[in-house]
Design a protein around this ligand. Structure first.
Ligand code: PGA
Length: 230
């Protein structure tokens, strides 16, 4: 199985997201069977997006982009894993923008991953080389079952810059992640992925898919990325 994950970040209100969905339905009426497509949406779009998805019968899977590390309780403004469990099957954790802008630590990320797994949501854990070892050590320290997680290697220099990393170098880091987690979890690459380069990552022996930011917002380009892998 190959994976394409879209990350809309802090873009698209509900109206815009439903228009995106109509467009993708006409551009990609049938998704290839060997590709799992997951779309990580803003919290505000998820419920209505899911209803529309079941109406139009498109096998897209929804995910979230973040979750609270805290359990349900007196935590004003927090969206926890229990709340998300009725809405999504996947959730990004530890994206570099959250580490940079919200000072998320490897401990926070491990706690979030644990909370997600306790609520049967698959954590999609984003990693870069400066904290790769530390992050995986914290996952083990918090008893996170890494065989139930997805991992994405996202080099900072490639995110949103139009300067993707060389696929061979990305594959070397993907091997390093595979060695550290010692299992068969999917490992993806993210950072300036386009329809022109997506297949050069997925054809590497250790890379199972791509995480797409900017180009997931454009239905035609996102559809081309999916089709380029089938
Ligand atoms: P990009 O973003 O595709 O715009 O580089 C990737 C990401 O941040 O996940």
């Amino acid at each position: 199985m190959k994976y394409v994950i879209g990350n809309w970040k802090s873009n698209q209100n509900l109206t815009e997201s439903l228009i995106w969905l109509e467009n993708i339905k006409s551009l990609c009426p049938r998704l290839p069977k060997d590709i799992t497509v997951i779309l990580c949406l803003p919290f505000t779009d998820i419920a209505a997006f899911n209803s529309k998805l079941s109406e139009i019968n498109l096998p897209l899977i929804t995910g979230a982009q973040n979750v609270s590390h805290l359990p349900p309780g007196k935590h004003t403004g927090e969206i926890n894993a229990h709340m998300l469990s009725e809405l999504v099957s996947y959730c990004l954790v530890g994206h570099s923008e959250r580490r940079r802008d919200f000072k998320e630590t490897c401990v926070d990320v491990a706690q979030k991953a644990k909370a997600l797994l306790e609520n049967t949501i698959t954590p999609i854990i984003c990693l870069d080389t400066p904290y790769l070892d530390e992050q995986i050590k914290e996952l083990f320290r918090f008893d996170v079952d890494v065989s139930k997680c997805f991992f994405v290697y996202e080099p900072l220099a490639a995110i949103g810059t139009g300067k993707p990393q060389n696929p061979n170098s990305a594959n070397i880091i993907a091997h390093q992640i595979d060695f550290l987690i010692d299992n068969v979890s999917p490992i993806l690459y993210g950072g300036s992925v386009t329809s022109d380069n997506a297949n050069s990552y997925v054809s590497q022996n250790q890379i199972d898919g791509v995480l797409v930011g900017t180009d997931s917002l454009d239905p035609a380009e996102f559809c081309s990325i999916i089709q380029s892998l089938s």
